[in-house]
Design a protein around this ligand. Structure first.
Ligand SMILES: Cc1cc2nc3c(=O)[nH]c(=O)nc-3n(C[C@H](O)[C@H](O)[C@H](O)COP(=O)(O)OP(=O)(O)OC[C@H]3O[C@@H](n4cnc5c(N)ncnc54)[C@H](O)[C@@H]3O)c2cc1C
Length: 417
């Protein structure tokens, strides 16, 4: 009898993670991707104007992200990850140029909180009790409602952390999703909080090594394959239509849909999906600034939130970019450069060659209402499983969530042998 096939649609991290799990378990896997390359929102590319490779957005993961770690081990990519090698987070307050570095200790007991030189500047140990409030959060709680905005830790930690990690305004951000991140990081001690940043780029860490393993396991990658329609017979998919090319789905075959939420809404409106999204701006400046620290700096109180330095490029993340809708791109480039120049001790008046990208649908809005719209991987249909960071992972839109969703979808498929 011929082997069943699993058709994975979408070669972002969710699809690649599903394909990896399935192929390592001996399944025959075919991956279909609309673009001529894999990676989706997590990829690098050559920018001809800047003359160098850049990531489509700065991506920070932490050593406590268990699914990311497993994925990197399975794809032999762990050595491609760099970063400070310790749980350290440098910050600068844009308002007064005050600088400090949070230096967590490695064990579970957070004694760094009691050391003035290790905690957030201007905060007291008791301020950190707010962490317990988030860890006790319930499903419908918002982070804003559980935190005291007048507390110094709010402006210098909670606000940037929530906006950076959830890409959602703290007042409406889901405290339960924030808790999902805290459980894997700060609540698990310093060992779980070592920042991990690709040494070369997102593609070199998350995509190419995975594609190599998939190739070794005879996974077929079909690029330029945009799914247009699905032919159903009751609760079973019988045919996939890629721009008029039909792929028949045999009786025992499975389909994993690892597509973005907005596309799923059009394609299968009966599947609940998040409906509200948040944009991220990424500004890349060509600068020859030495990286004399962790490789990144958190910026408090400005437009820039995180500045990453790598390979002669300073890349800046601006989350919840809708907040800056009225600012023309050119003006934004100047405003952000002023902050970066102050950080790097460079001339604020001489804006170097730069590129500004707006990712309009960067993540779903991590609110309690949107979180309720996220479906499980198991659909109830006979041969379809769902993956994607927007499915019910217990995390906001992250690399960890995307990889986790792929594992869940693979588990659904393997359960129905
Ligand atoms: C600017 C930016 C910064 C980010 N920063 C971080 C960060 O610091 N840390 C972090 O953990 N996460 C971060 N994220 C989130 C992270 O990138 C995503 O959660 C993750 O990459 C989503 O993976 P995915 O596979 O679920 O979706 P996608 O990456 O969107 O993959 C979906 C794939 O499906 C393909 N596709 C779409 N339509 C079709 C079709 N009809 N037929 C076939 N294929 C199709 C797409 O081309 C794509 O390859 C960031 C995202 C952005 C945009």
């Amino acid at each position: 009898m011929s082997q069943r096939r699993v058709h994975v649609i979408g070669a972002g991290l969710a699809g690649l993670s599903a394909a990896l799990q399935l192929s390592l378990s001996g399944e025959k896997v075919i991956v279909y991707e609309a673009a001529p390359f894999a990676g989706g929102r997590c990829r690098s590319f050559l920018d001809r104007e800047l003359g160098c490779r850049i990531d489509n957005g700065n991506h920070l993961t932490l050593s406590g992200n268990a699914a990311v770690q497993d994925y990197l081990y399975l794809t032999n990519a762990i050595e491609t990850m760099g970063g400070p090698g310790a749980p350290v987070f440098p910050f600068v307050d844009v308002a007064n140029n005050e600088r400090w570095t949070v230096r967590m200790n490695e064990g579970l007991l957070p004694w760094w909180i009691f050391d003035k030189k290790r905690r957030v500047a201007g905060t007291k140990p008791r301020d950190y009790l707010s962490m317990a409030r988030i860890l006790a959060a319930r499903e419908g709680d918002t982070a804003g409602a559980l935190l005291d905005k007048n507390n110094p830790l709010y402006r210098r930690f909670w606000e940037p952390f929530i906006i950076g990690a959830l890409n959602t305004e703290p007042d409406i951000a889901s405290a339960a999703l924030l808790k999902g991140i805290l459980v894997q990081s700060f609540a698990a001690g310093g060992k779980a909080c070592v920042p991990l940043i690709p040494k070369v780029g997102l593609t070199e860490t998350f995509i190419t090594p995975c594609l190599n393993v998939l190739r070794q396991h005879d996974v077929e990658m079909k690029y330029y394959h945009r799914l247009r329609a699905m032919l159903w017979e009751g609760d079973t998919v019988r045919e996939l239509d890629f721009n008029g090319n039909a792929v028949e789905i045999d009786a025992k075959d499975w389909v994993v849909l690892a597509l973005p939420a907005w596309f799923m809404r059009e394609m299968l409106p009966q599947v609940p999906t998040p409906t509200d999204f948040r944009a991220i701006i990424n500004a890349h400046y060509r600068v020859e600034a030495p990286d004399d620290g962790a490789g990144f700096t958190g910026m408090i109180g400005g437009y820039a939130e995180w500045v990453f330095l790598r390979g002669g490029v300073a890349s800046v993340t601006i989350s919840c970019a809708e907040r800056h809708k009225g600012i023309p791109v050119r003006e934004m480039a100047d405003l952000v450069w002023r902050e970066v120049a102050a950080l790097l001790h460079m001339d604020p008046a001489r804006v170097p060659p730069h590129r500004i990208f707006l990712e309009k649908y960067a993540t779903f809005a991590a609110t309690p209402a949107q979180n309720r719209l996220r479906p499980a991987s198991f659909t109830g249909w006979n041969n379809v499983a769902l993956a994607g960071e927007w499915t019910a992972t217990g995390l906001p839109s992250t690399i960890e969530g995307a990889i986790r969703s792929g594992i869940k979808a693979a588990q659904v498929v393997m359960r129905w042998k």
